[in-house]
Design a protein around this ligand. Structure first.
Ligand code: ZN
Length: 420
């Protein structure tokens, strides 16, 4: 069946995007449908009913994922696509939603054209992709991919409530059962996700579509500096152990460390100071930040370099320093055959794919644990995302959905072993 027969409807897609984005917490700016909120549960219900209307067989699994299946000519492993419908607080109208509703539009067009894949096709609205108040992202896709661990359920928010308790009380998910959402490798043939770029590169290069080569690994650090609190008036500068000055030196060093070795980024996002008074020399300071790269070795070398820089900053000021790396996530490199098949699918739509790395995490990285995975990016206007200004042009949405449909059909034709 020629794919030209597919009538992807931009109008239908934008109607669905409007309706879903209308399911929002009106008390917050922009669009807000965070996991563990009532509106997010409403959103899942709405999605399930829209999937049913599109002719999919729908279930909500034990981890809150909404899964719609279209039968193929054969039973067995499914070609899988999807993304998430939760948002950050005060977020936008495209992040995640484009991948779920774009997939649904592709399915509608395929059914209307009488097109059937050999494999079953699964569209997944993953639960809780955004980092939540418990510090965990990708909840639903972790559960499916097998990277959700029992200790994750013990994570606590700032009020001391466990993730397990919140799942039960606020998300309608049984924490005892959520691990059962895991898929066997046999269930998935391949996974491809359409997503907005959330950065400026496609627009800067005047390109409509990107082929994602991989997802950067991320390592979070905390750096603690213990000096001595003293009177800000009567303690001479050469007699101080100023914890904040040492922390500030490391903050600037960390930016320089990333600049000196391209291929990654490093950020200090939080500085905590105590006692925190204008007339007291800071006795304690703490930095929180992260570093990201597609290269594991880059990340490891920067850990070593950060430790050396921290020790130097502390030693010159008589400040004790300790560095911890509470979370290190390895990069996800999409396989060369997956990139080739998806790249050819994009080319078939008449667009030239721009290779691009994702600095942000995505559900695709969890799915890569069970099957060959890949991603397609479409532009974010001005690079803005996770804010109300998030915007993707309707014409780019259409290009993305058409490429997604082409990729699903192409992946259906290739043996799983040849995609690895
Ligand atoms: Zn997203």
């Amino acid at each position: 069946m020629a794919l030209e027969a597919l009538e992807i409807s931009g109008e239908r897609l934008s109607d669905e995007l409007d309706t879903l984005s209308g399911i929002t917490d009106d008390s917050r700016p922009g669009w807000t449908r965070t996991a563990f909120s009532d509106v997010e549960r409403d959103g899942r219900q709405w999605l399930a009913s829209r999937m049913r209307d599109a002719g999919l067989e729908v279930r909500q699994d034990s981890a809150g994922n909404v899964i719609g299946t279209l039968s193929g000519r054969h039973t067995g492993p499914a070609v899988v696509t999807g993304s998430h419908i939760d948002t950050v607080d005060s977020g936008g109208r495209y992040d995640g939603m484009v991948g779920v509703l774009g997939a649904l539009e592709a399915v509608k067009a395929m059914r209307e054209a009488g097109m059937t894949l050999d494999h079953p096709l699964r569209v997944v609205g993953f639960f809780g992709e955004e980092a939540n108040e418990f510090g965990l992202a990708h909840f639903g896709s972790r559960a499916i991919g097998g990277t959700l661990l029992p200790q994750h359920l013990e994570l606590r928010n700032s009020e001391g409530v466990s993730l397990a308790a919140a799942l039960q009380a606020r998300a309608g998910i049984d924490p005892q059962a959520c691990m059962k959402a895991r898929w066997a490798r046999l269930e998935a043939h391949a996974y491809v996700e359409l997503h907005i770029e959330q950065g400026p590169l496609l627009e800067d290069h005047k390109r409509s579509i990107g082929l994602v080569t991989g997802i950067a690994g991320a390592q979070r650090f905390t750096a603690s500096f213990s000096g001595r609190p003293d009177h800000a008036g009567n303690t001479p500068l050469n007699r101080r152990s100023d914890a904040l000055c040492a922390a500030a030196e490391l903050t600037v060093s960390i930016e320089q460390i990333a600049r000196d070795h391209p291929d990654g980024v490093a950020t200090v996002g939080v500085i905590k100071v105590s006692p925190g008074a204008s007339n007291v020399v800071p006795g304690h300071a703490e930095l929180l930040g992260d570093m990201r790269s597609l290269y594991s070795l880059w990340l490891k070398d920067r850990r070593d370099e950060t430790l050396r820089a921290a020790q130097a900053a502390g030693a010159s000021r008589g400040v004790q320093v300790s560095i911890a790396w509470p979370s290190i996530t390895d990069p996800t490199l999409f396989t060369e055959p997956m990139q080739r098949v998806i790249g050819e699918a994009i080319t078939a739509t008449g667009h030239d794919p721009m290779p691009i790395t994702s600095g942000a995490g995505h559900d695709a990285q969890e799915m890569a644990a069970i099957c060959p995975a890949g991603m397609i990016f479409i532009p974010s206007h001005d690079g803005r995302s996770h804010c109300p200004q998030e915007h993707t042009d309707a014409s780019d949405l259409l290009v993305g959905v058409r490429a997604l449909a082409e990729a699903l059909v192409a992946l259906d034709k290739v043996d799983k072993a040849d995609l690895a």
